[in-house]
Design a protein around this ligand. Structure first.
Ligand code: COA
Ligand code: MG
Length: 305
């Protein structure tokens, strides 16, 4: 631990972009997504991985990313690429990297590999702005170890539930997944709930993984609403079409914000009069109400609304 102070970042949508595509990297930088992760893992073929490191570094250093959080997704610690992904990207573009995302960790020790590598590189390169960590929970062992993973490093900012690899890891029957699937109820509910609990318990973000069918707005919005309902901060996009859908779900509406402000003000008035509870439009409000509406108001502040 080095006393890293986690910056508050918007993660309503995290756009995945293949690091081997110069054209898509340029599109991603201009996409207006809160967060883009330049991928070196599954979106990049093995024979393109080494070349993709340079393309990503050039994009991070050369393009205007506006307010977008710039993240690099690296290969997992069991592969031949992980250490070189980290060294190469931080050496070439460390000043323009906000976070590094680790794929397929199984234990906290896997995450600490990345933590120590970043720490060493920051010292060697005299980087002044620290680099944060995000991790995918997409292995059965990772879900078992999720509390330990969530609290292992003060650089950790976000846990993402990756349902594709998770399904493969557990041996989930693909026919069970999605609406009309063979499993009664939502097969990912437990995992999403548990990942969100682990993240919120240590004050970091939980984010929902991708939906491959980038033309299906209805399914995307329904998954995003489920994630938001659990307390997740956002959802992945694998295609620019999904960005506005995520923003719509994860940005509190003007009406929701106005209601939150009204409830908070009413509670403060009650409190000033020495009352712990009051009513607004027939609804009881108390300290719990304020705690809940603070979540909405914090999201609004972060989004600059
Ligand atoms: N980031 C940035 N730009 C993207 C993009 C992405 N993730 N996905 C598509 N685009 C661009 C395309 O290049 C295209 O640009 P153009 O209009 O200038 O030609 C435009 O958006 C429309 O794309 P479209 O033609 O509908 O799709 P496609 O066939 O080019 O790409 C995929 C479809 C699925 C191959 C592509 O969306 C993709 O690679 N997504 C990310 C995959 C990934 O990262 N997977 C790992 C994490 S789950
Ligand atoms: Mg994966």
């Amino acid at each position: 631990m080095n006393g890293y102070r986690r910056p508050a970042r918007l993660r309503r949508v995290q756009l995945s972009v293949p690091g081997s595509s110069e054209k898509m990297l340029a599109k991603a930088a201009a996409s207006g997504a809160d967060h883009v992760f330049c991928d070196l893992e599954d979106a990049v073929a093995p024979n393109a991985k080494v070349g993709a490191r340079d393309l990503i570094a050039q994009a991070l250093n050369g393009l205007d990313w506006g307010k977008t959080t710039r993240c690099v997704r690296v290969n997992d610690v069991t592969t031949q690429w992980c250490h070189d992904d980290i060294i190469s990207l931080v050496e070439k573009a460390g000043r323009n990297i906000d976070t590094i995302m680790l794929t397929k960790p199984r234990t906290a020790a896997d995450v600490m590999f990345l933590h120590h590598m970043i720490h060493q590189l920051e010292q060697k390169l005299s980087l002044e702005r620290p680099i944060g960590i995000e991790v995918l929970i997409e292995e059965v062992q990772a879900l078992q170890n999720v509390e330990e993973i969530a609290s292992c490093s003060d650089r950790l900012e976000c846990l993402i539930f990756g349902m594709g690899d998770y399904s493969a890891s557990q041996g989930i029957d693909t026919r069970a997944i999605g609406e009309g699937g063979t499993y009664p109820g939502d097969i990912f509910h437990y995992a999403r709930f548990r990942v969100t609990m682990a993240a919120r318990a240590v004050g970091i973000d939980a984010v929902d993984g991708p939906l491959g069918n980038f033309k299906n707005r209805e399914s995307y919005v329904s998954q995003a609403i489920q994630a938001r309902s659990l307390g997740m901060a956002g959802k992945w996009a694998i295609h620019p079409s999904q960005i506005p859908w995520a923003l719509e779900v994860f940005t509190p509406s003007a009406e929701t914000i106005a209601r939150a402000r009204k409830l908070e003000a009413a509670y403060r008035d009650a409190e000033a009069m020495g009352l712990g509870a009051a009513q607004v439009d027939g609804m009881m409000i108390d300290a719990v109400t304020v705690r809940m509406v603070r979540n909405t108001l914090e999201k609004a502040d972060l989004a600059g609304i």
